[in-house]
Write a protein of this length. Structure first.
Length: 83
């Protein structure tokens, strides 16, 4: 069975996937890119009026009321690379 091809996105490319105007909503955490398009808390590309899709949220998670285990609920689609 073929493995799905993982995306390789720079931070600039990631910004295109902000969940606005029908675009998918992706975010990065710790070098991994996740698709949060179908996550109820990310509707419209925004999470609780505090965080935007299309960004690397690694530093932001330190202040969150949850830990990295939340990413177990969303699909990993790629990796963040230096551009």
């Amino acid at each position: 069975m073929d493995q799905p091809i993982e995306l390789r996105l720079t931070e600039i490319e990631l910004r295109q996937f902000n969940g606005e105007r029908g675009r998918p909503a992706y975010l990065a955490y710790d070098g991994v890119v996740y698709d949060v398009s179908d996550a109820p808390n990310w509707r419209g590309g925004m999470h609780r009026d505090m965080h935007y899709a299309g960004l690397d949220l690694t530093r932001s998670l330190r202040k969150a009321p949850h830990d990295a285990s939340v990413f177990l609920r969303v699909r990993r689609i790629g990796v963040l690379i230096d551009g």
